[in-house]
Design a protein around this ligand. Structure first.
Ligand code: FES
Length: 352
């Protein structure tokens, strides 16, 4: 017999040790969250996932409370919604959340919650911690006035990519997400993988290069495989008018499970480089290169290979496949060298 609890009055199965948030999701009820980050230790920081539990003295956070046998959970009561709305108002009051010019407009969970709860006027005085925006590095803008201190960036940095470059700093009204010594990202342990940007639920952390290039609803999301190494990370290209605005990782997809490295996320400028080779080049006897068709170039290579094999044998040829090749291409390359050319002189440039 499986364990069950009561979700809005309906008997629902759960797995021992499961949090209310996950058990409710399995039961078809989506509880809103801000600080919850899948795969990381729940922090219970934002109090948006509050639910009512019969017999409990106060509302409790669904993300960090395990379900118990027979527990009666209410996710949709008036008390729950009043508390969630109040917490959204408090978050909106701390900092400057100017949606009109915010890069996260249309991709902001706080904005979604404010819309859901129809919050038009704030009952609390707005306060700002007064920390200046940091954009001294080429990749990430840190706007502390939009930071809601949910800690998802800290969880992602410490537990998902395990770089341990940021943590919670200072206290009370001075609270801030800091690097070691509260240095700018540039002077810290940050490796600019951008995982903090990917998980930020508001506009506190944004991609610098994407600034002003397109709103989320204006871009087409195209899934592709990262071109940088053989791991095959899955990424989404956010494209507007045929140009990449930014790159994000595909959540819940193998092998990267929502992660990217600095190259996969930020180093796509080469696509638009004027110096990029787009046709094969053949070096003439005078040492000059001339453009050629793929047929001509491949015929020339095949002819030269045959000449070398005839004169000195297949081991006079060696191949190094490109580190940017996907596994399947590297496999085909070694097959070509071993089975067709007849040599084991094949290697892979493993630097990524
Ligand atoms: Fe549960 Fe933030 S999502 S407290």
């Amino acid at each position: 017999m499986s364990d069950t609890f009561f979700l809005n009055g309906k008997e629902t199965p759960f797995v021992h040790g499961q949090m209310i948030l996950d058990a409710a999701k399995n039961g078809g009820i989506e509880i809103p969250t801000l600080c919850y980050l899948k795969g990381a230790t729940p922090t219970g920081a934002c109090r948006i996932c509050l639910v009512e539990v019969k017999g409990a003295r106060s509302l409790i956070a669904a993300c960090s409370t395990p379900v118990t046998q027979g527990m009666e959970v209410f996710t949709d009561s008036e008390l729950v919604h009043r508390a969630r709305k109040l917490n959204v108002e408090l978050l909106l009051s701390s900092g400057k959340h100017n949606c009109i010019t915010c890069e996260a407009n249309g991709n902001c969970r706080l904005q979604d919650l404010a819309y859901f709860y129809k919050i038009t006027n704030l009952q609390f005085e707005e306060s700002d911690r007064g920390y200046a925006t940091e954009d001294e590095n080429p990749f990430i803008v840190r706007n502390f006035s939009k930071c809601i201190l949910c800690g998802r960036c800290v969880q992602a940095c410490n537990e998902v990519v395990v770089n341990r470059a940021i943590s919670h700093g200072y206290r009370g009204a001075e609270s801030k997400i800091v690097t070691g010594g509260d240095q700018p990202y540039n002077n810290s342990e940050c490796v600019f993988c951008g995982q903090c940007v990917q998980v930020c639920p508001v506009g506190a952390l944004t991609e610098k290069k994407a600034k002003g290039l397109g709103r989320p609803w204006e871009t087409q999301k195209i899934r592709t495989t990262c071109p940088y190494c053989g791991v095959g990370c899955q990424q989404l290209l956010h494209v507007k008018d045929g140009k990449i605005v930014k790159v994000t990782a595909v959540e819940d997809a193998q092998p990267n499970q929502g992660r990217l490295c600095v190259k996969g996320r930020f180093a796509y400028d080469f696509i638009y480089s004027e110096e990029r080779l787009k046709t094969p080049l053949i070096r003439e006897a005078n040492g000059e290169f001339r453009e050629a068709s793929w047929d001509e170039a491949l015929d020339l290579v095949a002819t030269k290979f045959k000449e070398i094999i005839k004169k000195d044998g297949p081991d006079a040829i060696a191949g190094v496949s490109c580190a940017r090749s996907i596994n399947e291409d590297s496999y085909q390359m070694q097959k070509l060298f071993r089975a067709v050319i007849g040599t084991n002189n094949i290697d892979h440039c493993a630097r990524t």
